[in-house]
Design a binder for this molecule. Structure first.
Ligand code: ZN
Length: 199
């Protein structure tokens, strides 16, 4: 029988995204075989990150002040919004230089298989944001996966209700179907933004 402390550790690791039972056990065995200094440093880095990293109050990007460098930049076009799943994807779109609007980071998506909806607080924040900003164009840049597509359809319906005059887009094909944006190369992503299609 395994000690309950070990089971608790496995449970905690299993709660991380994309970590299944087997991987969680492997990581738990790995961690408990490390020396004390490694474990202390690991915990310190998590605590430091949690205590010191701030997020933009408007879009959810990393920030130093209340707003990130994109939201506080007067040169950005505030009539255009791009909804992304993660900060990494925001940075990836930024690096293509083909979008001059502002963003919203969802940090969540529908999980079709697990029948999981998007956190209602995130949806509320997005809807408030859209109502205040009155966007003219919104790109819903969710992943081209089953979950990403379901998220796209759901958000599009909500956005049409509160901003009927707004034109919504999805990324163009060019991205491999069944792919996460994070894995797309820069040129493919550039093409997908440039040739975005109306929903
Ligand atoms: Zn921001």
């Amino acid at each position: 029988m395994r000690p309950k402390e070990f089971e608790f550790l496995v449970d905690a690791i299993k709660s991380l995204p994309s970590v299944g039972s087997k991987a969680a056990e492997r990581i738990a065995y790995h961690l408990i075989h490390q020396d004390q200094q490694y474990v202390d440093e690991f915990i310190k880095r998590i605590t430091n990150a949690k205590n010191n990293i701030k997020f933009c109050k408007q879009c959810g990007n990393f920030a130093i002040d209340d707003l990130c460098t994109i939201c506080s930049n007067p040169e950005r076009d505030n009539s255009k919004l791009c909804i992304v799943n993660t900060i990494d994807e925001l940075n990836k779109i930024e690096s293509t230089g083909s979008f001059n609007g502002i963003y919203f980071v969802l940090n969540d998506e529908i999980n079709v298989k697990a029948k999981k909806k998007i956190d209602s607080e995130i949806i509320k924040k997005l809807m408030n944001y859209c109502a205040v900003k009155d966007f003219k164009e919104i790109i819903i840049a969710t992943n081209l996966t089953v979950n990403g597509e379901a998220t796209n359809i759901y958000l599009n319906k909500l956005l049409k209700d509160i901003l009927p005059a707004c034109v919504t887009y999805k990324l163009a094909i060019g991205l491999p179907v069944n792919s996460a944006l994070d894995y797309a190369d820069e040129n493919t992503l550039k093409f997908a933004i440039k040739n975005k299609t109306k929903i």
